[in-house]
Design a protein around this ligand. Structure first.
Ligand code: ZN
Length: 524
């Protein structure tokens, strides 16, 4: 048997971070995909099955495998084939779009952010470059899309098209669409986009899972669309997955999920069913996050994407069918509504959760812990959001990304990336949670530095907390006998373990193991 196929092995490292108080040490033994011993020399010397690896890694730190608790994996996978606009000024973006490749008859791109642009995006800028080829460009936070006239045409959007509920077709003074769509108007128009060809999507997803494994990720909680979900399920059935998946389907799939008898927390192989994904509001970047008070210097409070009554009906239907809730809420008004609607609902096999939970009113800080609702947060958004939150939320930012306050009040805080909105690299999230600064180290001392986490706390938000969110905490997320052998060996400066966030950024994953199997390694 080759070492790559083996589900057993032993290793010796500089240190094993177990996140468990039962065992400590520098050696680890696993058999048939499960940990059997940590730090016990007699256990390490027992013979192993033929071909099982025996790894001597005296300079490396071993941690439980990291789980990215919020991905848009299919979008990330296909993103390599799209025009990249993140971090670009308006002229730079237009230059990139001008040379964009036509694929399936469309030019598609993602990542634009007009917060510092000299002029807002408009279809006419794109029409000058591409008068006949339809162009579709998702914003960085994917809550807005920018289309040219040919794309508006294909999507059937004219001056006469009414705004869909929870969405807005941005219009100029004459009432004509500017080409920018917000929230549910994006989803409405996206129905006209070409469906990715399954073979191509699978190839892209396989490449994406290799990249994820190489980043030290052993699992994802994927907020995916139906196409990528179908491919991930096929990969799970035929043994093609090398990463664990908790799949959160879009709420549009609720009727078919109920008809198929899918229940949250069930699954087989590496894929489990998560909760159904609902949106209560938009995003900070698009100023569509729904706030209790107006954005600073404006009368705009963002917007709820549905009425409380409508949302309550959908939630009740899901929960009655054994399907948990995965609820997007960013602004403090949306977060409050999420608690109001979810607190009275029964708990299921896996907990309900709120995605992002970026701005929490002080009165609501203890509600996640009290109701057992998981706070699924993305610290790496801090790397770019600090100036934006300061500008638009002002003093309300005291309740933004409130990792420590939420934890102190008993909330399970799980970390993810929101890739491709932010980089998939969990080192960015660990850094942001520990430092609370941009990558340039500013502001010095960290933005609301009292909310910073230690290395072990931030790590547990990528390991123990996602396991709680999956309902697998009894056997996953820590390194202890009986637990799944999901772990990563890192080349990392010991200063990182003592709180040096920049040392975390410089760390290098060298070995990733899922269910006892080496899924990625660059050890010679
Ligand atoms: Zn997301």
């Amino acid at each position: 048997m080759s070492p790559l196929a083996s589900l057993s092995g032993v290793l010796r490292a500089r240190r094993i971070v177990t996140l468990s108080d039962q065992s400590e040490g520098s050696s680890l033994r696993w058999e048939d995909g499960r940990i059997v011993a940590v730090g016990s020399p007699s256990e390490m010397s027992r013979p192993l099955p033929a071909g099982a690896p025996h790894l001597d890694l005296p300079d490396l730190l071993v941690t439980p495998g990291l789980v990215d608790a919020h991905t848009h994996f299919g979008m990330w996978a296909l993103g390599t084939q799209r025009v990249h606009l993140a971090g670009l000024s308006r002229p730079e973006a237009l230059a990139a779009i001008a040379t964009g490749e036509v694929d399936d008859g469309w030019i598609q791109g993602q990542g634009w952010d007009d917060n510092d642009w000299d002029a807002p995006p408009d279809r006419r800028m794109l029409d000058d470059l591409h008068p006949t080829i339809p162009v579709w460009l998702d914003s960085l936070d994917v809550h807005a899309a920018w289309l040219n006239s040919a794309a508006l045409d294909r999507c059937g959007i004219t001056a006469a098209t009414p705004d869909p509920p929870g969405g807005r077709i941005v219009r100029d003074a004459s009432g004509a669409p500017t080409g920018v769509l917000l929230e549910f108007a994006v989803a409405m128009a996206a129905a006209s986009l070409p469906v990715p060809e399954p073979h191509r999507l699978r190839t892209a997803l396989e490449a994406a899972q290799r990249r994820a494994n190489a980043l030290g990720l052993t699992g994802i909680h994927d907020v995916g669309d139906r196409h990528s979900r179908a491919i991930l399920e096929a990969m799970n059935s035929d043994g093609g997955l090398t990463i664990r998946v908790l799949a959160h389907p879009p709420v549009a799939m609720l009727p078919e999920l109920i008809a198929a008898g899918v229940r949250s927390g069930t699954g087989a192989g590496l894929l489990r069913h998560g909760g159904v994904k609902l949106f209560l509001d938009g995003s900070l970047g698009s100023r569509t996050a729904w706030m209790l008070e107006p954005y600073a210097g404006s009368r705009d409070r963002g917007m709820p994407l549905a009425t409380a009554e409508e949302t309550a009906v959908v939630m009740r239907r899901a929960v009655d069918a054994g399907i948990a809730l995965t609820v997007h809420a960013i602004g403090d008004a949306a977060v409050r509504r999420a608690f109001d609607l979810m607190e009275p609902l029964p708990r299921l096999a896996i907990p309900h959760r709120i995605e992002h939970l970026q701005c929490v009113h002080p009165d609501d800080l203890d509600r996640a812990g009290r109701a057992g609702i998981v706070a699924s947060m993305q610290p790496a958004h801090l790397l770019v959001d600090i100036p934006l939150a300061e500008r638009h939320w002002g003093a309300r930012s005291a309740g933004a990304y409130a990792f420590r306050s939420l934890r102190a009040r008993g909330a399970v805080v799980a970390f993810g990336s929101d890739v491709p909105v932010a980089a998939a690299d969990p080192r960015h999230g660990l850094f942001a949670a520990m430092a609370r600064t941009g990558l340039d180290g500013r502001p010095v001392g960290g933005w609301y530095g009292g909310e910073s986490l230690t290395f072990d706390e931030a790590l547990s938000a990528y390991t123990i907390a996602p396991a709680i969110a999956e309902g697998t905490a009894a056997h996953r997320g820590r390194l202890a006998p009986g637990f799944d052998a999901d772990f990563v060996a890192w080349e990392i400066d010991p200063l990182a373990e003592r709180g040096d966030a920049h040392a975390v950024l410089a760390a290098r994953p060298r070995l990733t193991v899922v269910g006892g199997r080496i899924v990625w390694s660059d050890l010679s």
